[in-house]
Ligand binder design. Sequence first.
Ligand code: SF4
Length: 502
Amino acid sequence: MNYENYVLDDRFHDHCGVVGVFGHAEAAKLVYLGLYALQHRGQESAGIVSSDGTELHSHRAMGEVEEIFTPDVLDKLPGASAIGHTRYSTAGDKALLNAQPIMIDCNKGKIALGHNGNLTNAAEWRRKLEHRGSIFQTNSDTEVVVHLVAKSQARNLSGALGDALNQVEGAYSLVVLTPDELYAVRDPRGFRPLNLGKLTSPKGEETWIVASETCAFDLLDAKYVREIEPGEMVRISRSGIESIHFAPPKQHQQCIFEHVYFARPDSKIFGRSVNASREMLGRLLAKEYPVDADLVVPVPDSGVPAAVGYAMESGIPFRMGLIRNHYIGRTFIEPSQAIRNFGVKLKLNPIRGLIEGKRVILVDDSIVRGTTSRKIVRMVREAGATEVHVRISCPPTISPCYYGVDTPTREELIASSNTPEEICKFLGADSLGYISLAGLKQAVGDTQGDFCTSCYTGVYPTDLVQLEVREGGSNGQLLKDPGVQDTTPVQTDGPVTVTHEG
Ligand code: SF4
C-alpha cells in the first residue's frame, strides 16, 4: 500500500444546516443564532433571506456565521420571517455563487430556498431542463428544484413544490420562504434531519422555528415540537400551520452517521438523543472488543461520548489524555496540503503525565483514509503509552455517500481495500476494533431498518448509475452526467431569474 500521497484530512466532511423562523419581529436575528448553533454542519459559507411581507432580502457570504452577520448586515434583513443556511463545499467549489439560500423570481412569485442533502438525479434533470430552455445560474443541484417549481402547472406553491420534488431523487431537507409563507420539507426517505420547534412569548405570541438540529432550539429557548416527517411538507403562514404529505411513503433511510459523528451530542436527531446513541455505541464496542488496559482516552471532541460509554461498560478509567485546540478550524477545511500537514499537531496535544507508562484505549468515531488516525496513534506512543488499542464507534467505511455527506472516493477510503488487520498495522496500533453493523443499529434503536447504512454496506437505496462518473463531492454540488439523451420536446415556461445578492 502506498499511503504517501494521502492527505491528512481524515474526517468526513460535514454537510449543511438549515433554519427557518416564522412570526417574530427579529426573525433574521433568530435565524442567525440558529445558524450559529449549526455552525458545525458547514463552515464555508452562510446566508439568510428574510421577508418583510412583500419583498425578500438576502445576504450570503463566504466564511463563518459570526464573521458574516455583523449587526449592520442583520439590520438590513427586516421582517417577521426568515430562513438561513450554512454550507460546506468541496475544495474546488467554494464559490459564493453556490452559497444558499438560493433566491428566485419566477411565475410562482419570489421564492428563497435552502437545501441540506444531495439530489442523485440532478445532473440528468439539469440536462433535460437546459434542453427545454432553462438557464442555470449555479452548479448546485438545488437549482434543479427551483426550475422544476417554475415549470409546474400547479396553481399554488405547495402544489408546485410537490410536483418538483416528486421528480427528483435523493436527500433533501428544505426550508423555503416566500413573502408570506415558510415551508419545511423532508424527502420521503428522510435521509437528513429536520425538526419543528415553537417559541412562545410572555404575551402568548407564537413563533414557529424549523432547524436541522434541536440544539438550535435550545439556544433560542424554543420548545421542540416534533420532527418534520419523511415525505412531509409543513406550510406555515398567518393562517396557521398545515401538514401536507406530498409523496407516497418509502422505506425510511435516516442517515445513521448523524448519530455517530455529524450531529451535536446535545441534539435530538430522528427523535433520539445523539449523546445517548454515542454512549451506547461505546458500551457495545466495549462488549464486542474488550481489552485489558489502564485508560480509555477519546479523540476529542466527537469521540468523547463513545469513550465515556466504553469506560462505563468496561470499568476502565476515562481520562482526557488528548486536548483539542478549539481555536483553529477543522483540519478538513484547510485549503492547502502544507497546512494540512500541521493539522493534527495543531489540533490535538497529549497530556504526557496521564499517558506515560499506560496501556491506552483510544476511542474515535471513524477512520476515513487512516492518515490522521496513524498520526494520533504515533502521538500517543510518543507521549509514553506502552500500548495503544484503537476502538472505532462505527463499522469500516467502505463506500462513498451520495446523500449529502462529502466523502472521498471509494479508492481513498482505507477500509474499502484493506482488512482491519491491515489497517491496524498501518495505524501502528496494538489492536483495532470497529463496532459491528448490528451493534451500530442497536445503539441508535433501529429495529425497523429505518436507517441508511450505505457507506458501510455499499448497498444504496436509490439508483446510482450516473454517479459512477461523479465529480468532486456531494453536498449540493451537481454530479457529472454521463450523457442523458432527452427526446422531450422543448418547452418554455417563461423566464426564471435566480438572484444573487449580498
Ligand atoms: Fe449517512 Fe452513510 Fe447513508 Fe451517507 S451513506 S446518508 S453518511 S449512512
